[in-house]
Design a protein around this ligand. Structure first.
Ligand code: 5GP
Ligand code: MN
Length: 341
């Protein structure tokens, strides 16, 4: 977004508007955090703001202030459709294509609100009047901070907004570990602490959420892990039966794939999780160095994301999906061996 666009957006937002903010489907910490932070900002100027999520999000994100105000599109489609049809502005947060909003895709494509996209994923679609897209950013939450800087409104950051933004930066950087964590990211995080984000409390609420059944499920996942040294790859499977046997709750498998990536010598990890209700296998892909899982996910798994973290799906059975995963690897053998870590 250039200076002219910022000025124009600021001008448009100087009078009360009807605004809808949308995260991507299966919202993560960055998606929920960026929506809540923006909500906290916009309500200060008297706008009528609604947060609409394509579906539910995990309990470990529900402690954030205002997280109870989200409409869940899966449960309140009619009400949500009305709000979307009436909206002057729709903010698309942490996604850059309507299909990432699940069943909301259709209504988003139909209405003629002014769209604002704030996102750090690769290859953005061109639907927004105001597009703030930067794939070098650690997180959409970091971008919300920079967005407020551009609007000269960082003084409007409340402790609740700071907490939401810090949460998204923390989760999308793997606790400030990933390469996307720049000195600026750390400065933004420090500023957010100054604005009231409590790092210790946020870490506790996000990460100290283990239940005995989640730990057992992790045991199953680790037991199922397959290491393919030839391809510097490790993958994990979890069938619906295994999930059911361990009292699976949304969010329980978050981070499991990182155990596979954490193996010494492994540069590519993938987890396959059966989702019987949708007749799909949901998959998460992670990599180290220059191995591009965004491309791998786009080319093979109907998905995408970032260079080192992407997602996708398979319509095949678990066994056939595993076969597919293994059959894909020889095509990437050279790239996998070239990764320097
Ligand atoms: P996760 O594996 O944690 O679900 O997602 C990792 C990253 O990939 C996130 O940034 C997420 O937004 C993105 N992602 C996950 N699933 C998909 C998908 O099906 N399509 C696209 N384009 N991106 C995805
Ligand atoms: Mn993100």
């Amino acid at each position: 977004m250039n200076t002219d666009q910022i000025q124009s957006l600021k001008q448009e937002l100087s009078t009360p508007k009807k605004i809808v903010i949308v995260p991507h489907k299966n919202p993560d910490g960055d998606a929920v955090g960026s929506v809540i932070a923006l909500y906290g900002y916009l309500i200060q100027s008297g706008h009528k703001v609604n947060m609409i999520s394509p579906n539910d999000f995990p309990t470990f994100l529900k402690w954030m202030e205002h997280s109870d105000l989200f409409l869940n599109y899966e449960q309140e489609e009619k009400k949500a459709d009305l709000l979307i049809k009436e909206a002057d502005f729709i903010f698309n947060m942490d996604h850059n294509a309507f299909h990432r909003a699940g069943h909301m895709e259709r209504i988003l494509g139909e209405v003629h609100a002014t769209y604002v996209m704030i996102d750090h994923h690769q290859q953005p679609d061109d639907f927004a009047t105001y597009t703030y897209s930067d794939t070098t950013m650690s997180s959409t939450c970091e971008m919300v901070y920079h967005f407020l800087e551009m609007l000269s409104d960082t003084d409007k950051i409340t402790p609740a907004m700071a907490t939401a933004m810090y949460t998204g930066i923390l989760t999308d950087t793997g606790s400030f570990k990933y390469r996307s964590t720049t000195s600026t990211t750390l400065r933004v995080a420090a500023n957010l602490v100054d604005k009231g984000a409590n790092s210790e409390a946020i870490n506790r609420k996000i990460y100290d959420v283990n239940t005995p059944s989640r730990m057992k499920l992790l045991g199953v996942a680790l037991n199922n892990m397959v290491i393919l040294e030839k391809y510097r790859t490790a993958f994990i499977t979890l069938t619906q039966k295994e999930l059911d046997a361990n009292n699976f709750k949304k969010g329980d498998t978050e981070g499991f794939v990182n155990y596979a990536l954490g193996l010494d010598g492994v540069v590519f990890a993938q987890i396959l999780i059966e989702k019987e209700s949708e007749s799909i296998i949901k998959t998460s892909l992670r990599s180290k160095g220059d191995f591009d899982v965004n491309k791998l996910a786009r080319d093979n798994w109907e998905g995408g994301g970032h260079k080192n973290a992407a997602g996708g799906k398979s319509d095949l059975s678990m066994i056939d999906t595993v076969k597919k995963l293994i059959s894909i690897l020889p095509h990437y053998e050279k790239e996998l061996h070239e990764v320097v870590i």
